[in-house]
Design a protein around this ligand. Structure first.
Ligand code: B16
Ligand code: MG
Length: 211
């Protein structure tokens, strides 16, 4: 497909859906601050960095915080979130993700993770799939968030591949934009109308097994 030599995967929403755990932890923080945070609000946080997510949450509650208070609130939310991640296991992976990683490995395709999450390594460990990835670039290793292509360019470079030889699998619009800005092909996972600009659309990685 597209003469792919490297596959770069986003994590949340592509390999595993941790959005519900993010939601529960952000909702708990909002409750402490005295306002409600809904699942609809949570949609705005997909693919967005932790601190930017906090800014969006504070906007929802019409709250303001100093930088110090923000650091402490984000750390508290992350402790709750990591508590939810404790129960994560391989069977929680999204349909076809494990099988497609296995297929790519067997085909000699180089594999990278390109995620905004600072918990990516922990999540891969919980899922028991760290061994599939030649390279992991996560939120601890980038200075500019998607839609900037930094995370995917770093992944391609660490795979020793040209961006043009790589395909990015993404569930967020910012991620699709980042992949295209980096010169990669982009496969959008989700509704085409929400992921404008991708080269191809699928509903989950299981669809790739039949292409
Ligand atoms: P953390 P992805 C993103 O993961 C999530 O989609 C987003 O909701 C989250 O805020 C972000 O990671 C940061 O996560 O708090 O664990 O550092 O989609 O880029 O794999
Ligand atoms: Mg994602």
């Amino acid at each position: 497909m597209f003469n792919m030599q490297g596959a770069i995967f986003d994590l949340d929403g592509v390999i595993v859906d941790t959005a519900e755990y993010h939601f529960l932890a952000w909702k708990q923080l909002a409750a402490e601050l005295g306002f409600d945070f809904t699942r609809t609000d949570n949609e705005k946080l997909k693919g967005v960095s932790r601190m930017h997510s906090l800014d969006i949450l504070l906007d929802v509650g019409c709250c303001t915080m100093s930088d110090e208070e923000k650091e402490s609130a984000a750390a508290k939310k992350n402790t709750w979130y990591m508590g939810y991640l404790e129960t994560l296991k391989q069977t929680d992976m999204l349909p076809g993700a494990l099988e497609y990683l296995d297929y790519l490995r067997g085909s000699g395709i180089r594999i990278a993770l390109g995620s905004a999450s600072k918990n990516a390594v922990f999540i891969l460990e919980k899922l028991g799939i760290g061994g599939f990835f030649d390279v992991v670039i996560d939120g601890n290793m980038v200075s500019v968030a998607k839609p900037d292509p930094e995370v995917f360019l770093k992944a391609a470079s660490a795979l020793s591949l040209s961006p043009f030889a790589c395909i990015v699998f993404e569930d967020s619009l910012a991620g699709i934009q980042a992949a295209k800005a980096g010169g990669m092909k982009a496969v959008g996972i989700g509704k085409p109308e929400l992921l404008l600009g991708a080269d191809m659309y699928i509903s989950c990685l299981k669809d790739m097994l039949f292409k």
